[in-house]
Design a protein around this ligand. Structure first.
Ligand code: ROI
Length: 161
């Protein structure tokens, strides 16, 4: 059993509803238990000209292998109408494996820890609601230091409903 953190994002077709549906789907994954979900956060897209995003992080305990989990997450994305028209394009649902236990994964389909998480407030702050500040990533960085280097700017924490 490993603790996995999954970043969720949406900027199309009622983003908060997309995240709620994704959370229900994560709770149904085989060999897995959903153990936590952060608050939802809104922020502008990193790319200009796109609708604002709603983001959150989920914590999952699972015995699935990383690529099996990736397949399952992509099936959830596709099931919620994800169309891969352009890289970085607007999307109904994006599910990213941020951390997978203490593994370092470097495969063509999957890099863990997730590439850009250290510079993304919309990943780090929801993650920090679920993970201990002392959490060390497989590459040696600790969450507390990543947070200290990533200001809480442009994020709007939505009240739970
Ligand atoms: N911007 C925000 N705020 N949230 C995201 O999830 C997100 N995802 C992306 C890009 C387009 C880089 N910008 C984002 O893929």
């Amino acid at each position: 059993m490993e603790r996995i953190y999954i970043g969720m994002g949406s900027n199309l077709a009622d983003p908060a509803e997309q995240l709620r549906s994704a959370i229900e789907a994560l709770a149904q994954l085989p060999q897995s238990a959903l153990v936590g979900v952060s608050a939802f956060y809104q922020s502008d897209s990193l790319l200009p000209g796109q609708p604002r995003y709603t983001n959150a992080v989920a914590a999952l305990d699972s015995t699935l292998a990383p690529l099996a989990l990736l397949d399952a997450l992509q099936a959830i994305e596709n099931g919620q109408g994800r169309e891969r028209l352009e890289r970085w394009g607007p999307r109904t649902l994006d599910l990213d494996i941020l951390l997978f236990g203490d593994r370092l994964i470097d495969e063509p389909r999957l890099k863990v820890p997730h590439y850009h998480m250290q510079e993304r407030a919309f990943v780090l702050y929801p993650l920090a609601e679920l993970a201990p500040a002392a959490l060390h990533l497989a590459d040696g960085r600790c969450l507390k230091d990543l947070l200290a280097a990533c200001p809480f700017v442009g994020l709007e924490r939505l009240s739970e409903d």
